[in-house]
Ligand binder design. Structure first.
Ligand code: PLP
Length: 395
């Protein structure tokens, strides 16, 4: 029988090594659980980095994809299809976007960011403001807005005139946004930075300053959108209406898809025929998956469910935990002196998949369908996991 370590040996001989050595070779999933090729089961508290919104093998998603695959997988953008139109309409409805808004479909988060960067260039301005700690993607345009030096610097020079400002700093934002600003990009909760939330006041100030200067406000909801925080989109909790929003991750429930939503007729008209495009974007297979995700979230009341289950993580009174951050089912657990990598490894051995998002914090981004009972299973196991990790880290 082929074991996980056999396969990892083959991986090392066949793949570009940008991801290092994967932790596991997974074979299958069922609901919030995954099984590796050696037959060990894990509670999946990461869901492919906030992607498998409905967990694994959800009948609504499986049936939608199977049915669409039998009919048409791809048609190109010389043509269109009903799933693409229906998903765009549904996205505009849940975005509470005004009349004259629009959707551009891409295939990933970074492509949604690229579309937003090109949109911003159509203002006639070129300066972009992004936040320290930001992550907007790895393609060379999006990378210019991604703050982490280790990701960015090996590929410089990137597009110029990107200014980074510290998050939640009103003064710095006031100083930065001006009449030369094309766009301000921000994540309502910075996922890769360790689930760091922007305050409501800051988001409202961002809206006010960009409106005042005629700059676009682009919210990156690639990680925080599609119900992840208990609202359809995280920025909605602050009452702001952005000019543009990027989506990907949870939108297809695991099928690759990204989207740019443009708010209102003026912003939507910035990109005209021939100015942007993609071969695969808006293909009926991915759009049928997206429709199944949105319909299931609505039909099963998953926004309310996410708030309810997520509330178990508002406070963790556990030795070794310094505090928690985040909303809904996008959470960070800040550790008290225990390296997150050691906790991630101990959790995995105990049958739980979590992510060491920073050296001192774990990220939890489970399927939106996670049950309270499943989450309690992890919380009950956490003290022992932390004890093992603490002991190992001390060795
Ligand atoms: C994951 C992510 C991206 C990039 O998405 P890809 O599909 O990996 O290109 C961009 N922004 C945020 C906030 C993300 O979490």
């Amino acid at each position: 029988m082929t074991t996980g370590s056999d396969l990892l040996g083959r991986y090392a001989g066949a793949m570009v090594q940008v991801f290092g050595t994967p932790q596991l070779v997974l074979a299958s999933g069922d609901g919030c659980w995954v099984t590796d090729v050696d037959g060990k089961r894990y509670l999946d508290l990461l869901s492919g980095i906030a992607v498998n919104a409905l967990g694994h093998g959800h009948p609504a998603l499986v049936q939608a994809v199977a049915k669409q695959a039998e009919s048409a997988i791809h048609v190109s953008n010389f043509f269109t299809s009903e799933p693409a139109i229906a998903l765009a309409e549904r996205l505009l409805a849940v975005s509470a976007a005004p009349g004259g808004s629009g959707v551009f479909f891409a295939n990933s988060g970074t492509e949604a960011t690229e579309a937003a960067i090109k949109l911003s260039r159509r203002t006639g301005r070129t300066r972009i403001i992004a936040l320290e700690g930001s992550f907007h993607g790895r393609s060379t345009g999006a990378l210019a807005l991604t703050h982490k030096a280790a990701y960015r610097e090996p590929f410089e020079p990137l597009i110029p005139e990107v200014v980074f400002v510290p998050p939640n700093d009103a003064g710095a934002l006031r100083d930065a946004v001006d009449d030369a600003t094309a766009a301000l990009f921000l994540e309502p909760l910075q996922g890769e930075a360790g689930v760091r939330e922007l305050s409501t006041e800051y988001l409202r100030l961002a809206r006010e300053l960009t409106t005042g200067c005629g700059a676009l406000l682009v919210v990156d909801e690639i990680q925080t959108g599609i119900g992840r925080t208990g609202d359809w989109f995280a920025h909605q909790a602050s009452g702001i209406v952005p000019d543009a929003m990027t989506l990907a991750k949870g939108l297809g429930g695991g099928v690759p898809i990204g989207a740019l939503v443009t708010f209102g007729p003026e912003v939507t008209a910035l990109l005209t025929a021939g100015q942007h495009g993609t071969t695969f974007g808006g293909n009926p297979l991915a759009c049928a998956a997206g429709l199944a995700v949105l319909e299931t979230i609505e039909r099963d009341g998953l926004l309310e469910h996410v708030r309810q289950v997520g509330a178990l993580l508002d406070h963790l009174d556990v030795e070794g935990v310094a505090g928690t951050r985040g909303r809904g089912l996008l959470r960070a657990v800040e550790l008290d002196g225990i390296p997150s990598a050691a906790v991630m490894a101990a959790a995995r051995e105990a049958g739980f998949i979590v992510n060491a998002v920073t050296p001192t914090a774990l990220r939890l981004a489970p399927p939106l369908v996670l049950s309270e009972e499943e989450l309690r299973g992890f919380l009950d196991a956490l003290p022992a996991i932390l004890a093992v990790a603490r002991e190992r880290a001390a060795e």
